[in-house]
Design a protein around this ligand. Structure first.
Ligand code: GTP
Ligand code: SPV
Ligand code: MN
Length: 585
């Protein structure tokens, strides 16, 4: 299939290890993909949905113990422990290889081995990178076909001598006790075993584009971040680009596809990416972003015409649904979708379901895999080789109280401090308890492929190299009142905040200087047509000193917990001291 000797040697090695009945190279040709879909339907791996209503759409159910990323089973294996800990699990590479090779041994016996050559980033972009994933799962192949650029053209781009990230996946027994998601950054290698779910097995996504990507970025002078990319067009037709980092299931896909409220005629949001950004410094000294993916692996529950019509439209054809509910008419359903709750459906586990049962019909982390090109608001720059120039970087999370609706960092270094101290309530995107506040620096806690202190240092170093730095902001759509209701309407109305952010970048609007940063003056947030009282807006735009004094304490503890190897930059400690002083004034 290729005359790249490195590829052939690795594939030979994989065949010996895995013992498949046959090796199938994924060409990307529609005939081959269609045949794989048919096979998956014949074995029950996928269910063909109502083809009149949802042409080209399928449903897949994973094992009930395999429904999210597994952070406690995810490892970064580097020769030196201090290059991976304290935020990652670590094991000595030799020890881990030995353990994994035993698990993989002959595990493809009687099964086909699919070889997926794929590219992260637009074909022809100098920033794109190539991976090859070996898998025994058709579901993985079909998802990778949507999420990445696959096939013969990638083998051609690799040439006879090109380098690639080695990605090995085996479903094995889907045994959670022997599940491992392992990155070996020094060997440009990823190994995943005993899972068949999303981020654990679509190895181009979190494993490559973030964990390996962030490590490559450190070595090569760029950044891999858990960020959406959007273009905001004003009525004059000018488009400004924004990257935003929110933790998993905290609103990236929604913000990336936002539909402006009526109070903003002539405004439009264009989607470049909904999950991952690769950021490079351009010849003009600005920061430029590409989206390494070609599809959306989005959260289904909560997606409706009211919250995210563009996402819904994107999923009307050629989409794979995972762990959603199946309606009697062969279409799909999830909690929060428009219309009435169905009287009967088959739930995500494959069991009969009626509303009175009190259980969820769709898993809270059920997802759609949809081609980005189908998105009604896909950016004209989606395939741009150089990416798009970034004016603003936004950090944000789910915070019931502490964080105001929006604030701007004083400068890049303060912005890095703000990102490094981000916190958010945990969600169903990862296995474990939901709703507990934890620090999630830059929304990258589960995805930094090396030492977190070095990662902060890399952010500071990059800032010094960027001639024309993006301005850095923090937002919180999830503030709650004492009765537990969201105080801000969110979704499309988040444009009201984006508009202030762009005006700040353009120097068009003033702000109130506070201890934590520049906050919008309430009168500068356009609330036309919104049902929100001035008191609520004031509260959303206020800084509670008691809460923030506690934040300072908690950040100090957090930094201490990360500083086992004295890698947290002094600049960030200085920022923390300065915040404490400003609060004391
Ligand atoms: P990952 O794909 O896991 O990285 O998630 P994401 O960051 O793309 O999150 P997504 O946009 O899918 O949103 C996750 C959940 O948050 C969905 O149920 C949304 O309906 C909800 N959500 C998104 N934006 C808002 C908002 O502005 N306000 C409120 N209240 N909920 C929101
Ligand atoms: C996330 O959890 O941040 C996701 C879904 O985007 S997964 O691909 O499973 O990582
Ligand atoms: Mn994500």
């Amino acid at each position: 299939m290729t005359n790249n000797a490195k590829v052939n040697a690795w594939i030979d090695e994989m065949v010996k290890l895995l013992n498949p009945s046959e090796v199938v190279w994924i060409t990307g040709d529609e005939d081959q993909v269609e045949e794989l879909r048919a096979t998956a339907v014949s074995t029950g791996e996928m269910i063909k949905l109502n083809q009149e209503k949802l042409p080209g759409c399928y449903l897949h159910r994973t094992a009930p113990n395999d429904v999210a990323r597994v952070e406690d089973r995810t490892f970064i294996c580097t020769k030196k422990k201090e290059d991976a800990v304290p935020m990652n699990n670590w094991m000595d590479p030799e020890e881990m290889y030995a353990k994994l090779y035993k698990l993989y041994d002959k595990s493809y016996t009687g099964k086909k081995m699919y070889v997926i050559p794929y590219m992260m980033g637009p074909v022809g972009s100098p920033f794109s990178k190539i991976g090859i994933e070996v898998t025994d799962s058709i579901y993985v192949v079909l998802n990778m076909v949507i999420m990445t650029r696959v096939g013969t053209r990638i083998i051609e781009a690799l040439g006879t001598d090109g380098d690639f990230t080695k990605c090995l996946h085996a479903c094995k027994d889907v045994n959670p006790d022997e599940r491992y998601i392992v990155q070996f950054p020094e060997d440009n290698t990823i190994m995943s075993v005993n899972s068949a779910y999303g981020g654990n097995v679509l190895l181009g996504k979190k494993c490559f584009a973030l964990r390996i990507g962030s490590y490559l970025g450190l070595k090569e002078g760029w950044m891999a971040e858990h960020m959406l990319i959007l273009g905001l067009e004003n009525p004059q037709g000018e488009v400004k680009y924004i990257c935003a980092a929110f933790p998993s299931a905290c609103g990236k896909t929604n913000l990336a596809m936002l539909i402006p409220p009526e109070a903003f005629p002539g405004y439009k949001v264009w989607t470049v990416g909904d999950d991952i950004s690769w950021l490079n410094i351009g010849e003009d000294g600005r920061l430029w972003a590409i989206n390494p993916e070609s599809g959306f692996f989005g959260v289904a529950p909560g997606t409706s015409t009211k919250t995210n019509k563009n996402a819904l439209m994107t999923t009307m054809s050629n989409t794979i649904f995972t762990n959603v509910a199946l309606k009697d008419d062969g279409t799909v359903w999830w909690e929060g979708l428009d219309g009435d709750v169905p009287e009967h459906c088959i739930d995500w586990k494959g069991d009969e379901w009626t509303p009175d049962m009190g259980t969820k019909a769709a898993h809270p982390n059920s997802r759609f895999t949809a081609p980005a090109a189908q998105c009604p608001c896909i950016s004209s720059e989606f395939e741009a080789a150089g990416g798009v120039p970034i004016s603003a970087i936004i950090f944000g999370g789910r915070r019931e109280k502490a964080a105001p609706l929006c604030y701007q960092a004083f400068d890049w270094e303060h912005g890095v401090f703000v990102g490094s101290t981000m916190a958010s309530e945990t969600t169903a995107a990862a296995a474990g308890t939901v709703g507990v506040v934890r620090r999630d620096p830059m929304a990258m806690r589960p995805f930094i492929g090396y030492n977190v202190g070095q990662y902060f240092q890399h952010w500071l170093d990059m800032g010094k190299k960027i001639g024309n730095q993006p301005k850095i902001f923090h937002v919180n759509w999830f503030r709650k009142d004492d009765e537990g209701h969201f105080m801000w309407p969110g979704f499309g109305d988040n444009l009201r905040v984006l508009n202030w952010i762009i005006d700040r970048c353009d120097g068009k609007v003033d702000a109130q200087e506070t201890a934590i940063g520049y906050l919008p003056k309430p009168e500068d947030i356009n609330v036309d047509g919104l049902d929100i009282t001035p008191e609520t807006l004031n509260e959303l735009l206020s800084v509670d000193k008691d809460i923030w004094n506690n934040e300072v304490k908690s950040i100090r503890e957090f930094y201490a917990s990360l500083d086992t190897y004295k890698t947290i930059p002094q600049e960030l400690y200085n920022q923390l001291d300065a915040l404490e002083e400003r609060l004391a004034k």
